[in-house]
Write a new protein. Structure first.
Length: 377
């Protein structure tokens, strides 16, 4: 069953590596391939073996998939199978942002310049003028000044109200990048308000069904606190596709969406094909391109910038999403490729990182894609 743990295959010979160092190692290793191999699987197996000799948390990896031109080239499952679903953690934000784009495409939201004041009228009484003036674009790009974590209080069980009331007043436009779970949850509240549906219900109708992602039955149990998920873990694991919600029924915009590795692959391919899925425009080309463009500069992350919940390495033609515990979705335009790494997340993992770091998972996916030919000419 999805969610079961296995004993670490190696207790020795594995040493800790910082995420940045691991990422650099992976990229160097992939660049050292001397010639294209007639067997991508063999090359990727060799790369993974060398990587897993030095990174920390490899025993948590459950699935790795790489495809090019929509065709699978590499699949590796560890104590799991293609039908198992996993908590994709921070990659959830990509689905949330995609649903915002679809709502804009459908005219349910007037555009990225719409402000929180007009998007969340039910909270007008608690919005400061600064917060009311924040445009949707700033929330999408994590420049709205919301805190990192969602931290509702016992006296105010309305998570959205708590986030809005607790935001520190600051310039709502042009702020520095500050990745924020709280901001991603505000996006979920915006979707609920605009569509009149739960985020998961809208996702099923507007995204999952068009992509052939099986999401029946819907599981969106309400939580009074994040800790409730531990109690609900058996039901959560058995529910296949699942997306917990806050006490008001707003699905958590920042984490805990359960999907199959192949489901993430479909979402990556959708963006690679600029919103088209088998001839159906699921999201507009405008949104697909803009969301994965370098809209906000980052500090001390090389050439990486940020789009609408996507990390973007424009010089290398790569954009990606990553989550705690070692989950990553990477898209490489020049190679026409998508790669997914999914790891099992244990809330009680004493290491704190819950296995692979997000950057290491993304590094693995990027390195495997680099084994493929560059088709950009």
């Amino acid at each position: 069953m999805a969610g079961h743990h296995r004993t670490a295959s190696r207790l020795a010979g594995v040493r800790r590596a910082l995420a940045a160092a691991a990422l650099g190692l992976l990229l160097i290793a992939s660049g050292c391939a001397t010639a294209p191999s007639p067997s991508p699987t063999e090359v990727m197996d060799q790369d993974l073996a060398s990587v897993f000799d030095v990174v920390y948390g490899e025993e948590t990896v459950r699935a790795i998939i790489v495809q090019q031109h929509g065709e699978p080239l590499y699949e590796r499952y560890v104590d799991s199978g293609p039908g198992d679903t996993w908590d994709v953690r921070g990659v959830t934000r990509i689905v949330t942002a995609t649903l915002v784009g679809i709502a804009i495409d459908r005219g349910l939201i007037r555009g990225i310049e719409a402000t929180l004041g007009e998007l969340l009228p039910a909270y007008a009484g608690i919005l400061t003028p600064e917060t009311a003036a924040i445009p949707l674009k700033s929330v999408l790009t994590h420049t709205a000044g919301f805190p990192l974590r969602v931290a509702p209080t016992a006296v105010d069980p309305d998570w959205v109200a708590s986030i809005l009331a607790g935001r520190t007043a600051r310039d709502p436009v042009g702020g520095r990048l500050l990745p924020s779970d709280a901001g991603a949850h505000i996006l979920a509240a915006v979707i609920t308000q605009a569509t009149g549906k739960s985020v998961l219900s809208f996702a099923k109708e507007a995204l999952f069904d068009p992509l052939g992602i099986d999401s029946d039955p819907l599981w969106e149990q309400r939580l009074s606190a994040e800790a409730d998920l531990a109690t609900l873990r058996p039901a959560y694991d058995d529910a296949e596709v699942a997306w917990p919600a806050d006490p008001q029924g707003v699905n958590l915009g920042y984490s805990h969406l359960r999907l199959r590795p192949s489901d993430l692959l479909r979402i990556g391919q959708l963006y690679l094909d600029e919103g088209d899925w088998n001839g159906t425009q699921v999201i507009s080309p405008t949104w697909a391109v803009e969301a994965t463009s370098p809209l906000v500069a980052t500090r001390d992350i090389g050439t990486t910038s940020y789009g609408y919940q996507w990390w973007v390495d424009a010089p290398r033609g790569v954009f990606y999403a990553q989550g705690d515990g070692g989950t990553a979705l990477v898209v490489d335009r020049s190679r026409g490729a998508v790669a997914v790494v999914v790891s099992e997340t244990a809330a009680d993992d004493p290491r704190g990182t819950k296995g692979l770091t997000p950057a290491t998972a993304a590094g693995i996916a990027i390195a495997l894609i680099r084994d493929l030919p560059d088709l950009s000419g």
